[in-house]
Design a binder for this molecule. Sequence first.
Ligand code: NI
Length: 136
Amino acid sequence: MLLLTRKAEFSAAHYYYVDAWTPEENLRLFGKCANRNGHGHNYTLEVTVAGEVDPVSGFVMDLKALKDTMEREVVQVYDHRHLNLEVPEFRTALPTTENIAVAIWRRLQGKIHGARLHRVRVYEMPDLFADYYGEP
Ligand code: NI
């Protein structure tokens, strides 16, 4: 088995705010991120697939196809968007790094052919990232 990773980048805005909480509670947990006007990040996405190397092509899968799928299913939907306001999955879940990784997994699941989706990693900042390995 071999793991192969492809990266992509997107920029997006978000904020963290739980409507059921008081403004003070939101500020206590989320700090500046609770400002509902939002703020931006440059996200890095890493999608890792698992498979065997085809002895003839030398590939695990068609990497152009993987890039195209990431572009179509994720980058075109998230890039230069306000995640809370414009991306459907974040109307009901806060666009935290964790939830973004889960949402991207769900967007990619079943759309990658020739290899198995192994991990979705989302960097929100150089020192912060979330890894998702799918539902157990
Ligand atoms: Ni943020």
